[in-house]
Structures are given as C-alpha cells and as structure tokens.
Design a protein around this ligand. Structure first.
Ligand code: GLN
Length: 405
C-alpha cells in the first residue's frame, strides 16, 4: 500500500484521500494551469467513442519487421542491462555519420551525442540543464505543448511570439525586440508541429544574426527532420555555424522508424553544452533502452531506412488531401511532419475545441484543436489531423470528413 508523507506523519492513500480537501496547502502546484495533455485527452475520447484517431501523432502501421528482429536479436544476445549513460558508442557513431552526410558537420560521437528516452526527455533535459530562476525563454506559438511547462518547472519565464495563420511565419524583428538581458534560450521547431510549416534558410540566417552577440542558447526541435515535402531541404541548425555552436538539436527515432512507443531519441550539441546536458540527463533518466540502441545502430547503416521517409509521407499527405478535396474543409499547406491542418471556418463558427469534440463524438473522427498550442485564447478554426495512417484509415477518415457540412 502506498504511504503518503504529509507534514509530520505517514498516512495511507485512503486516509490521504479522505483528508485531502482539508490539506489544500500541503502541495502547491508548480504547474497550476496545466492539465492532462491534449494528446492523451483526445486519444482517450477517440477510444471511448470508437472514433478514427487522427489526433495524437503516431502511425497505425507497424515498424519494420527487420528492425523489430534486430531488437529481438539484441535481447537474445544479452544486451539487457544498463547502456552507458550517453548511449552505446556504435549508435552514436552511426548518428555522427548520418549528421555529417546530411548536414556536412561533424559531431563527435563520444562527447557531442547523447541517446535519450525520446524527444520530450531530451527537450526537458536541455531546458533543465540550462534554465534557472528568472531566465526568459522565447518560444513560438502555436507551440508543441511540452516546452512551456518544462521552462516553468525550472523557474524560467516563457515569452511567447505568435506566428500568424495561414503561413505561420516568424517575424524576426519582433523576436529581436523581445530579447532582454534575461533571455537565456530560444526554442525553434522545424518541421513544425502542429502547423506542418518549415523554417527556410533565410529564417536561420535571420536568427543567426539576431543572436550573434548574445549568450542565448538554442533548442532546435528537429524530430521530424526526415519528413519534409516537395523537394524542400531540411534546414537543420547544424548547417549554420553561428547557430550550431549554441544549439541542442533534438531528434526522434520514433518518428523516423514508426515506433513512437519505443521512446528513443537523441541530442546533438557542442561539447561544452553537452557536458551540462549529461549532468542533468544522468539523474533524469540515466540511460535509454539498451537492446533498442543496438538495433538502431545496425538499422541506421542503411540510409534508405530514413531517406525514404519524405516520399513515403508525401504520398500519404497527397492521398489524404486528394480524398478530401471536395469537402467543406480547407487544406492549409503542409511542408513537413505527418500533420495536416484543416480549416473548418466554412462549416461552423464553433470553437475548435467544441468542434473537435463534436467531430469525435458525433462523426467518429478525432483531431487536435490548434488553439491548445497557444497561451491565450486564439482560435483560428483550425484542426490538426495526423496522416501517419494506413491508406484504408485515411479513406475511412475522408469519407467522414466529406460528409461534414
Ligand atoms: N508528438 C505527438 C503529437 O504531436 C504526441 C506525443 C505525446 O502524446 N506526448 O501528437
């Protein structure tokens, strides 16, 4: 039975529950405004209503049997104890090769690459390693929902810059004006969740210029680096020396190899930043899953395993968009990620949250209302749909969406 510790005594859970309302001051929430993530909420609602779940971003098809076989093999070969804190060297070496091939820059496998338990852990760890009380962190809304709580848990203050639909461009002049002596960090994300937009070379150069004479650290959330469409090139901060020298770059194997439940990712950073990252990493998670690391090290050797991803998902995007072209939803441009924003402003004036719930309960299709990615009440009548799904799922989804008038 769980024992809870209150001011000066130990009590059981049942007693804790009974008296909890009388002890409101025992725990002061560090995140008073935060509830359960929208991904959990919508996936649960989808399950309860037997709805097609295009809300939380995850594939509904299997990861490669070859990769699963490699994990089994690693387990059978006895790779079942703690991995080294920073990850097994063969995997870090493969990541170094991939990064050098794609972005023309060398990250040292021993000192500049760390394997993490997914992208979210890597992002949290980078924030925890750098941010202290009173530091300001600039993020761009709509923003992926893990940034602001991680900043606040570490005593930082989130400064929000709004990108405006439908293009969601960043106004770098506005960013420049918001930089103060307290600005410690800027978090960027490309390809961008939830909008599917990407940062261009000119964005990176603008950012490089703005922060060149500061000690601002960057987190570049690049978990969708391999899912980029229409001949666009992913602009990793790794390619920009003035950015790379101050950046934690975060990537995710779950997105790349269709196994989000394995919770595997990694972080690249110059040695001086990585030293600090690992100080936090070793006490947040210590190390990540060992057999999967061995499997990934092998699987990464075939570059086609990740280079084929862009055309694989572009086909899915085009398939989905084409199926709903005559619907009342309007398609916003998606240049990367496996998300597609749809505007429903021709259908109803309802709030996006209400409409997302209605679509799930009544029409049996779940999506994510984009307003949840803003800090204030901005409702642009946009819903995010995940197209990392089998063609038959996309067909069933389109059939529903085509009937919503
Ligand atoms: N990254 C996924 C998404 O955007 C969600 C991951 C999660 O549920 N934490 O949908």
């Amino acid at each position: 039975m769980t024992i809870y510790i209150t001011k000066n005594r130990f009590i059981t859970f049942a007693v804790f529950q009974k008296y909890m309302p009388e002890y409101p001051s025992l725990i002061k929430s560090k995140l008073p405004k935060v509830g359960t993530t929208i991904f959990t909420v919508m996936s649960q609602l989808a399950n309860e209503n037997n709805a097609i779940n295009l809300s939380q971003g995850f594939p509904d098809f299997e990861s490669s049997p070859e990769l699963i076989g490699l994990v089994n093999e690693a387990m059978k070969n006895g790779h079942n104890q703690y991995a080294p804190m920073a990850g097994i060297l063969p995997l870090r070496e493969e990541i170094a090769k991939k990064t050098a091939n794609l972005y023309g820059v060398d990250y040292h496998p021993e000192s500049e690459i760390t394997i993490t338990a997914g992208g979210t852990q890597a992002i949290y760890t980078a924030i925890a390693a750098i941010i202290t009380e009173g530091d300001e962190v600039i993020i761009f809304t709509p923003a992926y929902d893990c940034y602001a709580p991680a900043i606040e848990l570490n005593g930082g203050k989130t400064v929000f810059v709004q990108m405006v639909a439908p293009e969601f461009k960043i106004n770098w002049n506005q960013v420049k004006k918001l930089i103060t002596q307290h600005t410690k960090m800027i978090i960027i994300n490309t390809p961008h969740n939830p909008t599917g937009t990407i940062l261009k070379e000119e964005d990176m150069l603008a950012l490089e210029k703005i922060i060149s004479n500061t000690d601002i650290v960057l987190i570049s959330d690049e978990v969708y680096e391999h899912i980029i469409f229409d001949e666009n090139q992913h602009q990793s901060v790794a390619k920009f020396p003035g950015l790379a020298e101050r950046s934690f770059i975060i990537s995710s194997f779950g997105k790349t190899f269709h196994n989000t439940g394995w919770k595997m990712g990694y972080c690249l950073a110059p040695k001086n930043l990585m030293v600090e990252f690992r100080k936090a990493h070793q006490f947040i998670v210590f190390s990540a899953n060992t057999p999967i690391q061995y499997a990934l090290a092998e699987y990464l050797k075939n570059e086609n395993n990740y280079l084929s991803l862009a055309s694989f998902y572009q086909h899915k995007r085009d398939y989905f968009v084409n199926l709903i072209k005559d619907s009342r939803f309007e398609v916003l441009p998606s240049s990367g990620t496996y998300f597609q924003l749809l505007s429903y402003s021709k259908i109803t004036n309802k709030s996006d949250k209400d409409f997302a719930i209605e679509l799930t309960k009544k029409h049996k299709i779940a999506s994510i209302p984009v307003s949840v990615f803003y800090h204030k009440n901005i409702d642009e009548k946009l819903l995010r749909f995940c197209f990392a799904k089998k063609e038959e799922t996309l067909e069933r989804a389109a059939e529903i969406l085509n009937k919503v008038v």
